[in-house]
Design a protein around this ligand. Sequence first.
Ligand code: CA
Length: 138
Amino acid sequence: MSRILVIEDEKDIARGLKDILEYEGYEVVAAENGKEGLQVLSRKEPDCIILDLMLPDISGYEVCEQIRRKCNTPILMLTARAQDHDKILGFKVGADDYLTKPFSVGELLARVMALLRRRTQYAQDADLIRVGNSLVDG
Ligand code: CA
């Protein structure tokens, strides 16, 4: 079962995301601000992160940068903003995908599934490379 970390301070949206994702069979861990999100990240090792841009303590961009210093877990950035420069900045600091509020449940799930699929593929490729190296080394 894939575990998804939701970092979102707006309670209604956070609860909605949890309900939707749990209904689809994902395990959800939630954090209400950036600092808590980073703490939960190191404890729970999620497979995917849904990160709201507007958080009460640290901005989503800063959280994203800090996550990228630790791991390459896929990040779906969530925001009410729809302007191009925000999206570009999001990708620059390491987000893998971007979803603008209000979003449809179907689109959210499709994007989460795509990110998880890519992560699985990377893991398989990494295994192949390891096998390749050991053959060469051996
Ligand atoms: Ca927010």
